[in-house]
Design a protein. Sequence first.
Length: 159
Amino acid sequence: MNQSIDQDLSSAYWMLDILWVIKAYAADTDNAFSMIEQTMPYASGPPPHYHKDMDEMFYILEGELTLWLDGQILKMGKGSYARVPKGMTHYFKITSKEPCKALNMYSPGGFEEGVIRNATKAESLTLPPKGLAYNGSTDKNDMHVAVDIQPVNLLEDLE
């Protein structure tokens, strides 16, 4: 089934100071992938984590983020692409003062199920209020926090 998702509240969520708008559900792609548009404010980003059963891809539409990928630091701006293989620890911080907008893809699909389960339904297509709780779990479709990684300050040169 091919489905077109318009930019509306029915597929919008708030989690980790990020607006997540689901563009492609695994169920609509025969589980080949899922795609989520993220809008992220300066200095936001997840803790070090990995995805056990899926690759993650980033495509930057606006702004800039700095990605830590298994010890390598990648500065990504508009038009940049990166792939994170399944099981690889990574994290990122938004390094542009304006919000960063990115397409985030997962293969196989399914990560959106974790977003739906752990996020707060967005009340508007804006950045969420600060301090919303993250209700993460260890489900296969969630990110798994890598407790053995001491993150470096990816904002250090900017502060």
